[in-house]
Design a protein around this ligand. Structure first.
Ligand code: UTP
Length: 279
């Protein structure tokens, strides 16, 4: 059973400056809810109630968000505004939250390794909250991945087909097809130029990792951009064992940049806010 979900949230969010100068990118609101809340809801829906967040300097708003605000509670108690807090209260009731700080931003792999003391020796999920994932047709993306983990019992990365010109923004996999939506990973390249990309199957911000990944990351040298890359560690795990890449059902919005953020806002406004499902 997977119970834990790690949210690396220490990055600088430079693509969204100046909004992210003093505010964590993960707190950017998509309509009325911060990005990270969508991620925690997706995790809880998948049965993952132990939430671990890797934060950094200037990220205290994240901790305050997942806490009770007594003044506010007192102010709106008994009014019709209480409905606005139903969703966040459910998360506070049903999840536990723990935090650790990444003091130097040495990359996503390093951020995940920083979370090791919170995770321990068990499989866990990783959510990059700036990738907002939705599946109006059925199970959320993490729920789909947990089901797949129960079948394969190895690390799983979520992938989607991207425009071949866009491969330089992602980790890109190659693999042997097991089913039309499942691949056994044979290669992984971090942010390849289109001419160097093995495929156009790009890794997005949802992972399930087995705990042996920690030792592998600890022995991984800095890669692309001088950062410790999770793709480098996963490639080693794929070569010595097994990593599955899964073409998830649903939609993903890259909210780390303006275009995906606006698309996500429009989607959530139409599908959640206007239909009264936004709280
Ligand atoms: P990004 O590549 O999106 O980096 O990191 P970023 O700094 O957040 O954003 P830009 O590119 O400068 O606009 C992917 C995820 O990994 C986390 C980020 O918080 C984000 O969720 N991360 C990245 C860390 O926690 N620590 C790091 O050292 C690097």
């Amino acid at each position: 059973m997977i119970k834990k979900c790690l949210f690396p949230a220490a990055g600088y969010g430079t693509r969204f400056l100046p909004a992210t100068k003093a505010m964590p990118k993960e707190m950017l609101p998509v309509v009325n809810k911060p990005l990270i809340q969508y991620g925690v809801e997706e995790a809880l829906d998948a049965g993952l109630s132990e939430i671990s967040i890797v934060t950094g300097r200037g990220k205290r708003a994240l901790e305050d968000h997942f806490d009770i605000s007594y003044e506010l509670e007192n102010q709106i108690k008994g009014t019709d505004k209480e409905k606005y807090l139903v969703g966040i209260r459910r998360l506070l009731d049903e999840c536990s939250f723990s935090y650790t700080r990444q003091t130097e931003m040495k990359g996503l792999g390093h951020a995940i390794l920083t979370g090791r003391p919170l995770i321990g020796d068990e499989p866990f999920a990783v959510v990059l909250a700036d990738d907002l994932c939705v599946n109006p047709e059925g199970d959320g993306v993490l729920t789909q991945m947990v089901k797949l983990y129960n079948q394969f019992r190895c690390s799983i990365v979520a992938i989607q087909e991207v425009d071949p010109q866009e491969t330089h923004k992602y980790g890109v996999i190659a693999g042997d097809m097991i089913r039309d939506d499942i691949f056994r990973v044979t290669n992984m390249v971090e942010k390849p130029k289109p001419e160097d990309a093995p495929t156009n199957l790009a890794i997005i911000g949802r992972y399930i990792l087995t705990p042996d990944i920690f030792d592998i990351i600890a022995n991984t040298e800095p890669g692309k951009g001088g950062e410790i890359q999770i793709t480098d560690a996963l490639l080693q795990q794929a070569r010595s064992g097994c990593v599955i890449a899964y073409k998830f059902k649903g939609q993903r919005f890259d909210c780390g940049g303006a275009e995906g953020y606006i698309d996500a806002t429009n989607f959530c406004f139409e599908n959640y806010y206007k239909t009264g499902k936004a709280y």
